[in-house]
Design a protein around this ligand. Structure first.
Ligand code: HEC
Length: 171
């Protein structure tokens, strides 16, 4: 091999090596940026969460003769009697409808129902703070609590009742 050739190969290898390093750095950077901007926001997007809840609803329910089948009644929340969408009756119902999707399983950093250790410091903030954070939304160190859990059309009293219910079951 002539001296010129080996000089060419050396330079070429260095350049290839640099390109590989740059590629790896770009991949790492893309992952970091992606982790902070995409998945996180998608998981707390109320529409996405509602979509997940909707798609995991059981597709069939079985009525048993001679049993109380009232739990099987299909409630159409969108077209219920009266004007506007149906509102939950109490804090428990509101929790089931709007909060459990995250707080039931501890999704996206939400303090999990039943996990008293993670609720204790929150309950210690006092109800007024919890009401405010639940109604206006709150981003803490654990994640993002969307305003009213995404049910922005619900009146504040219902959210307060849901908070009362959550505090009650996590005391
Ligand atoms: C999309 C997921 C999600 C839904 C739905 C949701 N939460 Fe949360 N919630 C969170 C997360 C995440 C946190 C923790 C925020 C943090 O401390 O970083 C949180 C925290 C809270 C807290 C504690 C706030 C504090 O100051 O420590 C309360 C109270 C609360 N949520 C109430 C509710 C109520 C009531 C509902 C239903 C109306 C609800 N959440 C629905 C994700 C959710």
């Amino acid at each position: 091999m002539s001296q010129q050739d080996s000089h060419f190969f050396n330079t070429f290898s260095v350049i290839i090596g640099l390109l590989v390093v740059i590629t790896i750095l770009l991949l790492a950077l893309a992952r970091v940026v992606g982790a902070n901007t995409q998945v996180v926001h998608q998981r707390v997007d109320p529409k996405y969460v509602a979509g997940v809840a909707e798609s995991i609803v059981p597709f069939a329910r079985v009525a048993v003769a001679g049993q109380d089948n009232s739990a099987l009644v299909i409630v159409d929340t969108k077209a219920s009697a009266g004007s506007g969408p149906a509102l939950p009756e109490d804090g428990n119902a509101a929790y089931e409808m709007a909060c459990k999707s995250c707080h039931g399983a501890g999704i996206a950093g939400a303090p999990k129902s039943g996990d008293r250790a993670s609720w204790a410091p929150r309950i210690a903030k006092g109800n007024d703070t919890l009401y405010k954070h639940a109604i206006e939304g709150f981003t803490g160190t654990a994640g993002m609590m969307p305003a009213k859990g995404g049910r922005t059309a619900w009146p504040d009293e219902i959210i307060r009742a849901a908070v009362d219910h959550m505090v009650e079951i996590n005391k």
